[in-house]
Write a protein that binds this ligand. Sequence first.
Ligand SMILES: [Zn+2]
Ligand SMILES: [Zn+2]
Length: 291
Amino acid sequence: MKIKFWGVRGSIPVPGKSTLKYGGNTPCVQLQFDDTNIILDAGTGLREFGNYLITQHNSSKQINLLISHTHWDHIQGIPFFLPFFRKEYYVKIFSSITRGNEEGFFIDAQMNPNFFPVSKEIFNAQIEFDRIMENISFYIGEIRVDTLPVNHSLGTLAYKFSFGNKSLIYMTDNEIRFNIRDNNFSEEGLYQLNENLIEFCQNADVLIHDCMYNKENLISKIGWGHSNNISVTHFSILAGVKKLVLFHYDPDFSDSAIDKLLQDALNIIKEKDSDLECIASREGMELEIVI
Ligand SMILES: [Zn+2]
Ligand SMILES: [Zn+2]
């Protein structure tokens, strides 16, 4: 499976000279497994991905778009995704968020005339919605997908993708819980507070996880629905994750602040003498998981 990052920033896009290295677009990650195209979230990174995709004439015209939740930073790219305007594309949108029985209401809402000049009727692609629930499994092609509700706003899902004997987890906008008095993030404390998340992530080959905060605001941001580099590193070691990919950075983090996030995480891994690999995602970065 090939993984490409098109947007790695949380909350709001942040173009500018202080974000050139990691990029300023909001979440969008592409998974490609043979002919199966999966897109995780539709932040502003989706626009650039769409521009690229339409130049790939031989690529599959079927796209599976999985939305973790419908906060702005995860859907802002939708009106600017060129494949939606092309009749040869078939896009299936998976989300747990509905308004009554209205699936896909968030596209109508964001393309309401008060917020956007044209409605979604302008799209020519065939678009289908699939409402998914928490704690279910389903298949996209040969890939098994498991869902888990996480500690963020209601309906936010993490996704686990299993193929061959490998697994990748996309868990953004999630708060790993910890006891503020437990300065060393003891295994018992972390396990008790995050048991279902740890079980879900057990032995994952790759975990892409929210890293909105850092050491400095570790305490002040408790309850905001996001994690920091310290909690996510301890969590990943405990879950036996092989590779942790830091993701969804605070918009105020410069490139050097993210370098430091990563360095602090690597220091913990060294202190704990763990085999965990840790990298910081950046726009344009590609990874591969070989079966
Ligand atoms: Zn977000
Ligand atoms: Zn959110």
